[in-house]
Design a protein around this ligand. Structure first.
Ligand code: AMP
Length: 387
């Protein structure tokens, strides 16, 4: 593993690929700056080691001209400057003379941030397609490359793999190293009992994870909409609950071959995701939509979690966008936060929910990468790490 600590940074122009893909509200304000905070260690290290720092990141998907207005990194540069207590020069371009002049005028410890790398996607998906002309250009702006964007490490884009393959020296930043170290507590001989919690909506996205973890885990507790595909596969009435049709056969086969899957025994139901009322049921009727795990299920899940030595959690246990269906997720998060166990959260929606609920500090690790953490746990090699 090529750690940043092996790099000779002094006087060098260091390109750092960070993950500033942060959520913005309709007023283009940052609603969760965790990813910016998580990048500070690497940037501060480069400042202390007298490097010139060039930051690259993507923000959301850029498909149409109008995205150029709503997906600018300017707001992120401002927030970073406040957090790091140093000026950050934002260049509203991804290439060209303005970029080159700004970089040529840098002194040691200066920070320059370029515009959203995916602005290059408007012209033939140059960033996401790892266009070599673009990758070579970005690589030419610096002496050393550091990848610290864990959230995109499962993708081979011009701003990570592309730069790495066109520059002399590439290293991994502290955030990526921390992610690998913590997620390996799940992938490499997790301490037993090892309990996995899976929720969210799509079984399909998590089939690889389930196949891998079912061999290692003692039990997999299934909640969220995902549970209804399994319950339907068992022949139960799931009313109007969400179902992932494409994964039905997978669920049926899995249920036949393992008794490690623990499914909900009661449900908080409403008439739709926007429901203003709720009730608890053990069996769903045709008009019911299961939107959270019920109180008996919470107790059942806790009975498996209480003696665990390792927990991996991906996916909310209910439709947490509607406050009245977040209780199951909250109760389980609170319970885990008081356990003496290794607790790892695999990014995405679950991370945001746990951070917003205020339990983040009590977890061992909350990953900054949803897709990347799942692929790592599936046992795949991530191109952004193998640089
Ligand atoms: P995923 O991307 O597959 O992890 O799914 C996350 C989404 O699943 C979030 O938007 C959750 O609100 C949603 N979700 C969780 N439980 C349910 C449920 N019972 N019914 C509908 N959506 C749910």
């Amino acid at each position: 593993m090529k750690s940043i600590e092996n790099a000779e940074l002094k006087n060098k122009k260091v390109i750092i690929r960070v993950d500033y893909n942060v959520p913005l509200n309709e007023n283009l304000e940052i609603t969760d700056d965790n990813r910016i905070k998580e990048s500070l260690k690497t940037i501060n290290y480069c400042i202390t080691h007298e490097a010139k720092i060039i930051l690259l990141s993507h923000l959301g998907k850029v498909k149409e001209e109008k995205d150029l207005k709503t997906k600018s990194l300017r707001v992120v540069a401002k927030r970073l400057s406040e957090l790091i207590k140093s000026p950050v020069t934002f260049i509203p371009k991804t290439r060209g003379i303005e970029v080159e002049n700004a970089i040529n005028n840098m002194k040691n410890g200066d920070i320059v941030m370029l515009e959203n790398t995916r602005f290059e996607d408007l012209d033939g998906k140059k960033e996401s397609g790892n266009n070599q002309e673009l990758a070579k250009y970005w690589a030419s702006l610096g002496d050393i490359f550091i990848n610290d964007a864990f959230g995109t490490a499962h993708r081979a884009h011009a701003s990570n793999v592309g730069i790495a393959s066109n520059i002399k020296e590439s290293y991994l930043g502290f955030l990526v190293l921390k992610e690998i170290e913590n997620l390996s507590k799940v992938t490499n001989n997790p301490k037993k009992p090892f309990i996995v919690i899976l929720g969210g909506a799509k079984v399909h996205d998590k089939i690889g994870t389930i196949e891998n973890l079912i061999k290692k885990a003692d039990y997999i507790l299934v909640g969220g909409a995902m549970a209804y595909t399994f319950l339907y596969a068992k022949g139960l009435n799931i009313g109007k609950s969400l179902i992932d049709e494409d994964s039905l056969l997978f669920c049926q086969n899995l249920l036949k071959t393992t008794d490690k899957l623990i499914l909900p025994i009661d449900h908080v139901v409403g008439e739709s995701v926007n429901s203003k009322t709720k009730c608890v049921k053990t069996q769903l009727e045709n008009n019911d939509m299961g939107l959270d795990i019920g109180p008996k299920t919470r107790e059942l899940f806790k009975s498996y979690l209480k003696n665990s030595k390792t927990i991996f959690w991906n996916g909310p246990l209910g439709y947490t966008e509607n406050k009245i269906f977040e209780e199951g997720t909250r109760e389980i998060a609170k319970f885990i936060s008081n356990l003496n166990t290794t607790s790892i959260v695999g990014g995405g929606d679950t991370a945001a929910v746990i951070i917003n609920m205020g339990y983040a500090k009590k977890f061992t690790h909350i990953s900054t990468g949803g897709g990347a953490s799942l692929e790592l746990i599936e046992g795949k090699e991530l191109p952004g790490i193998n640089i």
